[in-house]
Design a protein around this ligand. Sequence first.
Ligand SMILES: *[C@@H]1O[C@H](CO)[C@@H](O)[C@H](O)[C@H]1NC(C)=O
Ligand SMILES: *[C@@H]1O[C@H](CO)[C@@H](O)[C@H](O)[C@H]1NC(C)=O
Length: 412
Amino acid sequence: MLDILLFGYLITCVSGQGGADVVLPCSLVEEGSGMGEMGGGALFSRTPATLVLRDLAVTPDLSPDTLTPFKPPDVPDPNDIILEAEVTSPEIPEAGQLLHADCNDQHVNCEISQYHPREAKEGTTERAYFIVSLQIEGGGLSLTLVLQTKSVNMDQSDHPTLIQSKLALPLSQSGTLLTEVVFVVFSGLQSQSAPLQGDALLDCGFRQQAGPPGKQVALEWRLQHRGHGRKVLEMKAGQPELESGPEVHVEREGSSVDAEQLIGTGNASLTLTRLKVSDQGTYICTVSAGLYQAQQVVQLHVIQPPHVFLSEDKLILRDKLKLSCHCKNYYPLDVQIEWLSLSQTDSEPIVISDHSDPYSPGHSPHPQPDCRGSSSRFLLDGPGFFGGNHSVLLPSDEIRLLRCGISSLCTL
Ligand SMILES: *[C@@H]1O[C@H](CO)[C@@H](O)[C@H](O)[C@H]1NC(C)=O
Ligand SMILES: *[C@@H]1O[C@H](CO)[C@@H](O)[C@H](O)[C@H]1NC(C)=O
């Protein structure tokens, strides 16, 4: 815990030649050897590490005076894990957001793990690879970066070559692991909401090092919800021999990805039309290009704010007044119907019924013996839409101002 606090202090917003450096406290996540205590999966170990993104393009609104270049430690320590990542090609999309988060003390979640590119046979490459996952707190930008180590100049006889003690990789003279960004998969919006029967665009994109044109890109979108997974769409594009154009498998009717944008601008965003309740969940966008494969996760919430109205006919039953409140066309179910009352003697409205589940009797903080609620909840014709009616009986001789309020527990 102390480590995290100390590292948190080190967040700085610094500038190198031309661009700015971002220094982020991270964790190196490794699969442990032991099994979980309760027989669960393998344990993960976390070691504090630092990521330095070098020379990010500076947006004009950031004053260069506030930026100072990254300074490596005075005495290199082989126990430190400092990944220095050169960002030239590809560039990091929306890098301005990272700089802003950094300067505004917005937390950026950062995890680093070792990575093995597809088809790279053991021992055929001297390079080592890392995968870095960065998320700006609050649901904005999320990035997955693949880093490749750069060769370290080892023929300096006056300094012994430093080897990082945990990773067994050679360090630079200043004690950092020199790497470059070779592949990026990102999403500008980690979570979004859309109405029932509406459309949604789930954001995902990628960048790769400039290579020969016509490189093949494979994209898969999957949906994961409550332990179940299913494929939504799969696409292979950019292969010259595919004369017929991109190869697409659509598993969910009404889902699409623009193949031209996928190849042309690296935009892998998924469009879903006529949303159903079953469309909500966690979407995983997996992009494979060349040796690399990386993912982004986007949450989709399907919600529908209710339409609320009071019944116009007030029923007078003996000495009681019956008032009904209706709401309809909402999703999900967790709405709360409550009646607020303002009598001549009250200065604040008081809650006279409060139903988180309209079927259960209400618990009123101010017991009102003559105020009984009754309610019903029903499925409307449209798929997934819900409706509810809620009534109260009041003594008709009391003059009150009544308000029926619906609050959805889901933030809209
Ligand atoms: C993809 O394109 C859509 C609209 O065409 C845009 O809103 C979105 O930001 C783009 N996303 C990426 C990752 O390029
Ligand atoms: C709920 O109230 C509406 C409006 O008065 C009415 O049309 C509908 O039949 C009611 N539904 C139920 C199940 O009580």
